[in-house]
Design a binder for this molecule. Structure first.
Ligand SMILES: NC(=O)c1ccc[n+]([C@@H]2O[C@H](COP(=O)([O-])OP(=O)(O)OC[C@H]3O[C@@H](n4cnc5c(N)ncnc54)[C@H](O)[C@@H]3O)[C@@H](O)[C@H]2O)c1
Length: 273
C-alpha cells in the first residue's frame, strides 16, 4: 500500500486537549449528521462545547450519533428530520429551542451523495426524477433549513450558517452533473444569504470538501476512487472527514465573526484559485 492510500476510516477526529471550549454555550444543528462527514462535524462541534442537534433523515443513525456523544459527556439530541419538508424543519428548529433555548449554528450538510447513493451517468442519461430529488435535498433543503432557523437567529442578532458545497462545483466532474450542479448552486446561495442576513449579525459561509473517504465500510471501488483523489492534490494522501472539521468549527466560532459570504476549499490543494 502506498503512502497516499488509506484503508482505515478515521471518520471522527479523536478529541484531544488542544481543542478549545470556544463553542461553550452555543447550540448547533447539523443536518445529515447521522452518517459520514456530518457525524464528524457534529462530534467536533460538541467537543468544542456546543450542544448539538443531529437532524437526520435516518432516525436510527441520528439517535446512535446523539447517544455516542452523550456517552462521551457531550450535550446532544437527535431530531428525525427531512430537509425537503418545511414542517419537519419547523419541528427541528423548535426542538432545538425547546431543549437548548437558542440556535447559534446551522450546518447545511444533508445531501444525496453516498448514504443515499446517486447514479453516475452521462448528463443525458440521468433520470429526471433523480435530478429533481437531488435539487430538492441538496439545494432546496439548505434553503428551507436556513429559513427555519433564521427567525431565531434574527431575534438573537447573531448566528452562523455553514453550507457544504464541494470541490466538484469548482472543477467540474464528469458523470454526475446533477450533483455538481446542486453543489454549484450552494456557492451562489451562500453569497446571497450572506448579503441578506448580515444586517442581523448572521454570518453565512461555505466549506467545499474534496473527494473524502466518508464511508465507514467502503467497498473496493469506492475505496480506490477515494484513494485516487490523492494523485490530484498537492498534499498526496486520502482526504478524511477529520480534515474538514476544523474549517466548520472555525466558521461556527467567533474567530470568523467578520468573515461572510466566503467559500473555503478544504481538499489538500486540488483546486487552487
Ligand atoms: N465525501 C465526499 O467526497 C464529499 C466531497 C464533497 C462534498 N461532500 C458533501 O459533504 C456532505 C456530507 O457528505 P458524506 O460523504 O458524509 O455523504 P453522506 O451521504 O454519507 O451524508 C449525507 C447525510 O445526509 C442525510 N440525508 C440525506 N437526505 C436527507 C434528507 N432529506 N433530510 C435529512 N438528512 C438527509 C443522509 O442520511 C446522510 O446521513 C454532503 O453535503 C456532500 O455533498 C462530500
Amino acid at each position: 500500500m502506498s503512502q497516499s492510500e488509506s484503508t482505515a476510516n478515521e471518520i471522527v477526529q479523536p478529541v484531544n486537549e488542544l481543542i478549545s471550549n470556544r463553542l461553550k454555550g452555543r447550540v448547533a444543528i447539523v443536518t445529515g449528521a447521522g452518517h459520514g462527514i456530518g457525524r464528524a462535524y457534529a462530534t467536533r462541534l460538541a467537543a468544542e462545547g456546543a450542544s448539538v442537534v443531529i437532524a437526520e433523515l435516518d432516525k436510527a443513525a441520528g439517535e446512535s450519533v446523539a447517544s455516542e456523544l452523550v456517552e462521551k459527556g457531550r450535550s446532544a439530541i437527535a431530531v428525525a428530520t427531512n430537509v425537503t419538508d418545511p414542517a419537519s424543519l419547523k419541528n427541528m428548529a423548535s426542538s432545538a429551542i425547546d431543549t437548548f433555548g437558542r440556535i447559534d449554528i446551522l450546518v447545511n450538510n444533508a445531501a444525496i451523495f453516498s448514504t443515499i447513493p446517486m447514479s453516475r451517468s452521462p448528463f443525458d442519461e440521468i433520470e429526471i426524477q433523480e435530478w429533481d430529488a437531488m435539487m430538492a435535498v441538496n439545494v432546496k433543503g439548505a434553503w428551507l433549513a436556513s429559513r427555519a432557523v433564521a427567525p431565531q437567529m434574527k431575534t438573537q442578532l447573531s448566528g452562523k450558517i455553514i453550507n457544504i458545497s464541494s470541490g466538484t462545483a469548482l472543477k467540474g466532474s464528469a458523470s454526475r452533473i446533477h450533483y455538481v450542479t446542486s453543489k454549484a448552486a450552494i456557492l451562489g446561495f451562500t453569497r446571497t444569504l450572506a448579503r441578506e442576513l448580515g444586517q442581523y449579525g448572521i454570518n453565512v459561509n461555505c466549506v467545499a470538501p474534496g473527494n473524502t473517504l466518508s464511508e465507514v465500510n467502503p467497498d473496493e471501488s469506492t475505496l480506490s476512487f477515494r484513494n485516487a483523489g490523492a494523485n490530484d492534490r498537492a498534499l498526496k494522501r486520502t482526504e478524511q472527514p477529520s480534515d474538514l472539521v476544523g474549517a466548520v468549527a472555525f466558521f461556527a466560532s467567533s474567530d470568523s465573526d467578520f468573515i461572510t459570504g466566503q467559500t473555503l476549499v478544504v481538499d489538500g490543494g486540488s483546486f487552487m484559485h
